[in-house]
Design a protein around this ligand. Structure first.
Ligand code: MG
Length: 369
């Protein structure tokens, strides 16, 4: 089997309401998503999506994906898409780094492999059933009252796990946010206070030792070393996210005892192949993980839910679904959807999501052998 064509589409996806991170320092209003279809000489096609969370969140941006695919495409045409490790080696030789560029290509190749095998991805990755995965809410930074109101609304629609975004410049306000949410959270609900790198290590140690925060604290500081310093001085379990760019970072985090869990985001680490490797490592060292993508429609969300559903329940906490924050839905009715706080992956072969012809308009690029 050979790749004969790579077709690239672009779609602007507005958020239903502006989203704030890091105490309001970062504002997001729309996402720039790249969808690709890979065709083969045997008539099987696969879909992938790459959608960074804006361009201020990580060293990844929408136009960069399309520029990177232009560079990679000539080397990919003619390759067998079922050899995922080989495909990734080809991409790494042609374009070192730039993991976010490779993720949609890797995803489309997994879709093809699943279709050829006649198996859904959750089963290819070791799952025994299309397990229901807990979906977590994402509570944008605001005043304590605004955040409690958002959690209340989320709880009414079935969410029991919440990610509350904190980390402003006003330490006192962060303390108030954490105390108010820890106090008011319904019994049986879980919360992660996601700092998104905003604190200096001294601030993190001061804040977390002066409040009784429930549950997890995520990415308190910018670097892995800083987070490891904090982890050794506070009592809450630590989840790491933005500083984890490759397998080596995960190995280092484990050596440093820097965390008890990680966010596994395919687009951040270079695709599902790399994400699965990290997931398997996390299972072997007893981490609890969230598997979700940086952003995207129900297509990218569904890929991550396949990975989550194939992960032992003891090692997965929840997954966030980006498509819930979007005002457009290019794959209506398809894929893993939030049903009262739970998402189930499709049992169709491959990804189980196939965008309809013409839904993205004309392609922005077509690469052929
Ligand atoms: Mg995070």
């Amino acid at each position: 089997m050979k790749i004969t064509r790579i077709t690239v589409y672009q779609l602007d996806m507005p958020l239903t309401e502006p989203y704030y991170l890091s105490g309001g320092r970062l504002k997001f209003e729309k996402l720039d998503s790249t969808f690709i279809r890979i065709d083969t000489d045997e008539g099987v096609s696969g879909w992938g999506e790459g959608c960074p969370w804006g361009h201020t969140y990580l060293p990844a941006h929408g136009p960069g994906i399309r520029a990177g695919i232009e560079t990679l495409a000539p080397a990919l045409i003619g390759q067998d898409p079922r050899g995922l490790e080989h495909i990734n080696r080809v991409m790494d030789v042609q374009l070192p780094g730039h993991p976010y560029v490779k993720s949609p290509i890797d995803m489309a190749c997994w879709d093809i492999l699943g279709k050829v095998a006649g198996l859904p991805l959750w089963q290819l990755w070791g799952g025994d059933a299309p397990a229901g995965v807990l979906v977590n809410s994402s509570i944008s930074t605001g005043t304590p009252e605004q955040m409690l109101e958002r959690i209340k609304r989320a709880a009414q629609t079935g969410y029991t796990v919440h990610s509350a975004k904190v980390g402003g410049t006003d330490i006192g306000l962060d303390v108030e946010r954490i105390e108010a949410i820890s106090e008011a959270l319904p019994r049986g609900h879980k919360v992660t206070f996601d700092v998104n790198r905003a604190w200096q290590p001294g601030v993190a140690v001061e804040v977390l030792n002066s409040v009784k925060a429930r549950d997890w604290v995520e990415q308190p500081c910018e670097t892995l070393d800083q987070c490891a310093h904090v982890a050794s001085r506070v009592s809450n379990p630590i989840m790491l996210d933005e500083c984890m760019h490759d397998f080596a970072a995960h190995l280092e985090a484990w050596k440093l005892r820097a965390c008890e869990g990680v966010k596994v985001k395919p687009n951040r680490v270079g695709g599902l192949t790399r994400a699965r490797q990290i997931r398997d490592f996390g299972v072997s060292v007893g981490w609890q993980m969230h598997m979700e993508d940086l952003g995207g429609s129900a297509l990218a969300d569904t890929a991550a839910i396949h990975l989550a559903a194939s992960t032992p329940e003891a090692n997965r906490l929840a997954s966030w679904l980006c498509h819930y924050h979007l005002s457009v839905d290019p794959v209506p009715g398809q894929g893993a959807r939030n049903d009262h706080g739970v998402a189930v992956p499709p049992s169709l072969p491959g990804l189980g999501v196939t965008p309809e012809e013409g839904v993205f308009g004309d392609p922005v690029a077509v690469y052929e052998g």
